[in-house]
Design a protein around this ligand. Structure first.
Ligand code: SF4
Ligand code: SF4
Length: 194
C-alpha cells in the first residue's frame, strides 16, 4: 500500500541522512558532515537530549509524503517542501554524487511538482562552497543552472541563455557569503564541549 495516507506507520529505521545533510547550530555541526553523535548503523547516541531541530525535523517522506519505498537513504537525497520568504518550493538535497541524474524516481517526483512550484536540486559537493551549484526546475521544461553569480537558463528548443546577477545582486550576494563564512569559521573553532 502506498502509505501517503498512513504516515504513522513510518519510522526512520536505518536512515540517518538528515544527521549528515542538515546543519545543527546547537552542536556547531555544519551541513554535509556527519554528526559526532551518529551511531554506527543508524540512530542517535543522545536521543533523549538531542537538540530541538533534531526533534522537530521530518523530511517529506517521514511526514507521509512520497511513497513507501522513497525513504531518503534509498533515494540518495532528502526531499522537503519548504516555504522560504514568499516562495514555496520542493527541495532535493543530494547525499550522493549525481543522485538526481541517476535516479528515475527523483526525476519522477520532480516532474510531479515542477508545474506547481519550483523544484530546487542542490547538488552533491562541498557544502561550505558558496558557489556550490544548484538547479531550479520549473514548468514547461525550463531549468536554471546556478553557479555563483551566473545562471544558465535552459528551455526546450531554445539556445541556452547565460545571465549574471546585477551589480546590486552581486554586492548583496558577496555580503551574504562573507557573513556565512564568518559564521562557519565560528562553528569550526575548537569544540567548547557543547
Ligand atoms: S532523512 Fe527523513 S527518514 Fe531519514 S533520518 Fe531524517 S527524518 Fe528520518
Ligand atoms: S544529535 Fe542525534 S539526531 Fe541530531 S544530528 Fe546528531 S545524531 Fe542526528
Amino acid at each position: 500500500m502506498n502509505s501517503e495516507h498512513a504516515p504513522h506507520t513510518r519510522s526512520c529505521g536505518a536512515c540517518s541522512l538528515c544527521c549528515t545533510v542538515l546543519r545543527v547550530d546547537e552542536l556547531k555541526k555544519l551541513g554535509g558532515v556527519s554528526c559526532k553523535h551518529q551511531c554506527e548503523g543508524g540512530g542517535c547516541a543522545i536521543h533523549e537530549t538531542r537538540p530541538g531541530i533534531c526533534r522537530a525535523y521530518k523530511c517529506l517522506w517521514l511526514s507521509g509524503g512520497l511513497a513507501d519505498d522513497d525513504r531518503p537513504d534509498s533515494l540518495g537525497a532528502i526531499v522537503d517542501i519548504l516555504t522560504v520568504g514568499a516562495e514555496t518550493r520542493v527541495s532535493i538535497q543530494e547525499a550522493t554524487p549525481n543522485a538526481f541524474d541517476s535516479s528515475p524516481r527523483l526525476q519522477e517526483i520532480s516532474a510531479q511538482y515542477r508545474d506547481a512550484m519550483p523544484v530546487r536540486v542542490v547538488e552533491y559537493g562541498n557544502f561550505l562552497d558558496p558557489d556550490r551549484p544548484y538547479r531550479v526546475l520549473l514548468g514547461d521544461g525550463e531549468e536554471h543552472r546556478v553557479r555563483g553569480e551566473w545562471t544558465t537558463v535552459l528551455r526546450p528548443g531554445a539556445e541556452p541563455e547565460r545571465r549574471r546577477l546585477s551589480a546590486f545582486e552581486r554586492l548583496a550576494r558577496r555580503i551574504a557569503v562573507w557573513i556565512r563564512s564568518r559564521k562557519i569559521s565560528g562553528m569550526q573553532r575548537p569544540d567548547d564541549g557543547s
